[in-house]
Design a protein. Structure first.
Length: 328
């Protein structure tokens, strides 16, 4: 029996997901091979959430009038579901007036608990591949399993972050009257609540992903990649779907990360977003964001102040007049 025939005869245990080392053993490959596939965006690599207090954030929801109605529309029997093949990421929210919000900029936010497999971002997987560890802090983003299919269906980008990000001290900005009636303080100085280190032993891989990898190994076909464009199928059919280049995806994810951090700083440190005269300015907002980049940047290189001010300016413009982000 040849090596390829032996690999083709591998039986996948009837489990929904596996640890990374177990998956590598089944597929007869190295853990670094799986991390490589994750870095290039060919497969999702996940962590297991068991009641993780978090905020579920949707970006691009300006046309959504009622966040709670939107949540109810997409939830299953008991939770908001992101379904991809036979595995699901769950998010439970009590949907009280303190748990569901919509900002003027089109952010929809829910507070609740995350369960199941949630996907790590590109930078965390890259750290695991090259440094054998990855840092997780308050603003580390986790995407639902099947986030790309959800975006294609709804046009919304979504992720979860620590509940610390959606702290109730935000309420004076999101809902001033409610905040004042509840007695929340406008300013609250705090340090990150999460500062943990992930290793490969913390990662999981879904059964469907293993089947996809096995098929690629059996045929010798390169894996298609979200990050770098991967293998592009050529077609002369005029109805063929246009493939989005990997760089476009990566740049969009970076912009979303910048916007999330800008929002975090504005809502958490509003006084720092003002100039010496006490006026809120784009320049002061960008400067405050860079001042806190050490703990909100999740290991990413800090952007330029000029780029941040361009993003801030676009947040205040109609779509047709935007230049850096949020263009139609």
């Amino acid at each position: 029996m040849t090596k390829q025939e032996a690999h083709s005869s591998i039986k996948i245990p009837p489990m929904e997901y596996f640890t990374l080392d177990r998956a590598a053993s089944i597929l007869q490959c190295d853990i670094d091979d799986l991390l490589h596939y994750g870095v290039i965006g060919a497969i999702p690599l996940c962590v297991m959430m068991r009641g993780f207090p978090s905020a579920l954030i949707f970006m691009g929801g300006k046309d959504i009038q009622d966040p709670i109605e939107f949540y109810q529309e997409h939830k299953g029997a008991s939770s908001f579901l992101f379904r991809e093949s036979n595995y699901v990421s769950h998010f439970n929210s009590t949907l009280t007036e303190y748990d569901a919000y919509k900002t003027d900029g089109g952010l929809i936010l829910f507070r609740g608990l995350a369960h199941g497999l949630w996907c790590l971002g590109h930078s965390e997987i890259e750290s695991l591949l090259y440094s054998k560890k990855a840092k997780v802090i308050d603003t580390t983003i986790f995407m639902p399993f099947g986030w790309d299919a959800f975006r294609e269906k709804t046009g919304l980008s979504c992720h979860i972050i620590s509940d610390r990000y959606f702290n109730q001290s935000w309420l004076p900005t999101l809902n001033r009257q409610l905040a004042e009636s509840a007695g929340f303080q406008l300013r609250e100085s705090r340090k990150p609540a999460i500062n943990e280190i992930l290793t490969t032993s913390d990662l999981f891989i879904a059964r469907d992903t293993i089947l996809k990898l096995k098929g690629a190994i059996d045929t010798g076909e390169p894996m298609k990649s979200i990050i770098n464009g991967g293998v592009i199928e050529l077609s002369l059919s005029p109805s063929s779907e246009k493939k989005e280049h990997g760089n476009t995806v990566r740049f969009r994810e970076n912009r979303e990360f910048m916007i999330a951090n800008l929002v975090y700083v504005k809502l958490t440190y509003p006084e720092e977003c003002k100039n010496d005269r006490g006026d809120e300015t784009n320049d002061a907002w960008a400067e405050a964001t860079l001042n806190h980049w050490g703990f909100i940047g999740a290991g990413k290189e800090a952007p330029s102040k000029d780029y941040l001010t361009k993003i801030i300016a676009d947040l205040k413009r109609l779509p047709a007049k935007r230049g850096a982000v949020g263009k139609p």
